[in-house]
Write a protein that binds this ligand. Structure first.
Ligand code: NIG
Ligand code: FE
Length: 415
């Protein structure tokens, strides 16, 4: 009996960017093949090493020399929200800064009022086209944060909507509770009382309804202090939930180092991260999540410390940060391009950022983000001649097929 008896699908005559070598290379297999069985990758290698395949049992697909990569992973988004902030975009173009707008009662809290007013159905309807856009670009896993409800009812509503999106589209959704995203106006001068609600009311309810896979905090001058962040981390730890953090985006408060003490999954943004923070992240095995869309949209000038992250071999993920305030950009291909042009990542580093290291930032590195035997068969087929094209060009979608859990979920003949 040959191995292939158990296969359902075989992609042959393909090149593979396996992404099993981190950011060092694409992990290329030229003139390769990949077999799927029961939603998992069952075999991959050179066509010349393929065992006999019984074509009456196995669905054989000729990839015609196209490239397979892991399904893309967007490990940091806020894509469930009400309203939009085009008015603040105009204000910023007239000279106001993101911080000034936030301090004057705009920013995150203005999205909070729109999100609170929206019903579950309305939030679902507005989030769906955003997720659809990512899906059509080859994304098979998306993380979605709460953080625009800022009260128990509305934080829960957001997380439920994020869960409902997975019933609308074949995308794996990981949810992150971000109750500590900003102070709602009703707690304007009473952060501690708000954090009591976050830690003692929202989080227990989120956990009891199984609505989140991780907990995040916005640690910043316009967010929460280091001490306040620690409170939320302690509460997350008590509920055994992994930690993520919005850190060092506009200033260096030391949140990445704090998160490292809690064995956090990732620290995200990190433009102002210093070497001590990087060393702490390395020691605890954290991933650095780079968000070039927010850097671009806020016209930041402080670059994340890419060279130091490389020196200390901290894995770098890349994500859209899709949100109405700092990155109203629902395009993962643009992030690849920006990671290279703005942050000077190499194309293999950028691609690793939305595959193997995107998975790592979500605690999924054992099952997603690589083409390897036993991994989930989340796979994208691209009409390209070399992987760097995914980073180099932008605006033409070369995705020709998308497979999630072994099932073909998209096909684009014109790619
Ligand atoms: O990731 N930095 C904090 N949170 C979001 C922005 C949220 C907003 O402005 O609505 C971010 O950039
Ligand atoms: Fe964010």
């Amino acid at each position: 009996m040959t191995l292939s008896k158990h296969w359902q699908t075989l992609y042959t005559n393909v090149n593979l960017a396996t992404m099993t070598d981190g950011a060092n290379s694409y992990g290329e297999i030229i003139k390769g093949a990949l077999a799927i069985s029961e939603g998992k990758i069952a075999w991959l290698g050179k066509v010349s090493d393929l065992p006999d395949v019984d074509s009456s049992v196995v669905d054989i697909i000729d990839g015609k020399g196209q490239w397979l990569t892991p399904g893309l992973i967007d490990c940091h988004t806020h894509l469930v929200y009400g309203g939009n902030r085009a008015n603040e975009f105009e204000m910023r173009l007239q000279g106001k800064s993101y911080q000034e707008i936030a301090n004057a009662g705009g920013g995150i809290v203005s999205t909070v009022s729109a999100t609170r007013k929206a019903s579950e159905q309305e939030l679902l309807a507005s989030a769906l086209p955003r997720l659809t856009a990512l899906h059509q670009q080859g994304v098979t896993t998306v993380e979605i944060k709460s953080g625009y409800g800022l009260d128990t009812l509305n934080e829960i509503k957001m997380l439920k909507v994020a869960g409902l999106l997975a019933e609308e589209l074949p995308v794996t959704i990981k949810r992150t509770f971000l109750g500590a995203h900003a102070l709602p106006t009703e707690y304007k001068d009473n952060a501690e009382a708000y954090l009591d609600i976050v830690c003692d009311e929202m989080l227990p309810q989120v956990v009891s309804e199984n609505l989140a896979d991780a907990v995040d905090v916005f640690c910043e001058g316009i967010g929460f202090s280091l001490e306040q962040t620690k409170r939320v981390f302690d509460a997350a730890k008590a509920h055994n939930l992994p930690i993520k953090v919005h850190a060092e985006q506009l200033s260096n408060l030391g949140a990445s180092e704090l998160a490292a003490n809690y064995d956090a999954l990732s620290s995200d943004h990190i433009e102002f991260l210093d070497e001590a923070g990087i060393k702490a992240m390395k020691k605890s095995g954290m991933t650095a999540v780079l968000l070039p869309g927010a850097f671009y949209f806020l016209r930041e000038t402080q670059l994340p410390p890419i060279e130091l992250l490389r020196k200390h071999q901290v894995p770098m993920a890349v994500a859209t940060d899709a949100n109405p305030g700092t990155s109203p950009i629902h395009n993962i291909h643009l992030m690849l391009n920006m990671a290279c042009t703005l942050f000077r990542l190499t194309p293999s580093e950028a691609l690793a950022g939305i595959t193997c290291y995107g998975a790592k930032a979500l605690g999924l590195s054992e099952s997603k983000g690589q083409l390897a035997v036993g991994y989930d068969a989340d796979i994208a087929l691209w009409n390209i001649e070399q992987p760097a094209e995914l980073c180099y060009q932008f605006g033409v979608n070369p995705l020709s097929r998308l497979i999630q859990n072994g099932q073909q979920v998209l096909m684009n003949e014109s790619a």
